[in-house]
Write a protein that binds this ligand. Sequence first.
Ligand SMILES: [Zn+2]
Length: 486
Amino acid sequence: MHAVLLARVSSKEQEDGHSLVAQLDRLHAYCLRKNLDIIQEFTLVESSTRGERPEFQKMIAYIKKQSGKVALVCDKVDRLQRSFREVPILEQLRKSDKLALHFVSENQILDSGANNSQIMAYQIFVMMAENYTNCISDNVKRSFEKKIREGTILTCAPIGYLNTTINGVRTAIIDPERGHKVRMLFENYATGNISIRQLADYATEIGLKTRRNKPISPSQMHLILCNPFYYGEMKIKGKLYPHCHDRLITKEIFDLCDKIRSGKYNNVSRKKKKDMLLSGFVHCVHCGKSYSPYLAKGRYVFLKPPKSDTCRHYHVSAAPFMKQINEILPALYFGPSRSGQMIKGLQEKQTKAILKKDRYIATQNETLSKLAIKKSRLTELYLDQGISRDEYDTIINDISKQQQEIRDQMVRTDDRIGTFYANLIKCVKIAEISHFLFKSSNFCLKRLILKLISSNLFLDNKNASLSIRYPFIDMVQKGCRQIWGG
Ligand SMILES: [Zn+2]
C-alpha cells in the first residue's frame, strides 16, 4: 500500500530540542516493518494553539489526488490533529476506504473496517490533544493577564521610552535622549497656542525624530498626544490599565492636551491673521469674547468688537495697548549688573531647592516600593485563595490609585522645582533683552515676547488694560531685589 508520512513539532517543542528527524526515523522503520511504500513526507512546524493549517490541507489534497487507498502514518494522534475540527474530513476519507490511519506509538490502525472501540480510543486521543491545546492557550492568557495586573509593558514602547530587559524581565525605561523632548511636546501643546502641525515642526526643530530617524508627521503627533502611556496607563483592547513604568507627564497635562485637541478648550486663536500683532490677545473683560484687530485707512490698527447680547462693545483703536506695552518693556530693564545679581541669587536658591527635591523624591520612591511589595503579597494571598476576587480587585485598585497619585506628584514636583528657578532665571534674561527685541521688526518674536509677558489684554468698555504675568508683574511693580534676593 502507498504511504504518506506526517511528522509535526510545535514551534515550542522545536526550541526545546525535539526533532522531526527522530519522528521520521520511527515512521520509516514502521513502514519497512509493515511493508508500506512511502510516496510522500509532510513535516510541520507550527504553533499548537493558533492558525489555519495550510500544510495539513495540502496533505489532505495530496491524499485525495491518489488513485488507490493511502496509509497516513504518524507517530501519535496529537501529531496529526489538535482538535475535533479535523475529524470529519479524515472520517469521510476513512469511511470511503480512501484512507487508513496508522498511529505508530499508540499502535493503532484505523481503516474502513475499524470497530467501535477502536474509533472510541481514537476519539479519546483527539480529545486529549485538544485539551492540551486549550491548556496552552489558557496559560498564554494567564501570563498575559498577570502582566497586565503587574502593569508590565506588553508591546513596543512609545517614542520617549526604550524597551529593555532588567534582570531577565522585559521592561520600559525613559529614553535619556528623547524623553524630555516628548515632555516638551505635551507642555507646548498644553499652552493652547500651537496646532498639531506646528507641533510636528517644533519636534523637528528640537531634533526629535521617529525610531526610524524620520520626522514626526502630524498624524503620528496626534497619536503621541493620545497615548495614555505617558501619564501612567496603557490601553489594551480598548481598556486602560495602570502601568508600572516611569511617567513622563502628569495626568493633568494629558487631560489638558486632550481638551485642546477635541476643541473643548477655548483659548486657542486658530485663525491668526498674519500681520496683526494683537490678534487673539484682546478680550472683553466682562464676557471674555475676543476682539479682532484690523487695519483702518491702511495704517491705523483698530479692534473690531465681537457680537454680544449682554455687553456693549465698541470699535476702538489699538494704540492704548501699544502704548502700555511700550511702557512696560523698559520698566523690565534693570541693566546688566542688577540682572547679574538677581541671576546669581536665583541660582543659589535653585541649588538648595534641587537638594530638597532629591530628598523628597527618595522618600516617595520608598513609599512606592512599599506599595509594590504590598501588591505582590496581595497577589500571592489571592492565588492561595486567602481573599476573594472582589476584595482583591478593590484593594489592588486602591493601591494603584495611591501609586498613580504619588507618581503624579513626583512628576509635578520634578517639573515645578526643577524648572521653577530655571524659568525665573530665563525671565530675568528675557526681561533684560525684550525691550530691545520688541523694537526689532521680527513679527513672531514680538508676539512671543507679548505672550511671555502678558497673559491678557482686556477691554472694559473703551478702556484698555493689560495684565502682566508672574514674575514680570513683580519685576515691574516692586523691583526684584526684595523678592528674589541677590
Ligand atoms: Zn463683553
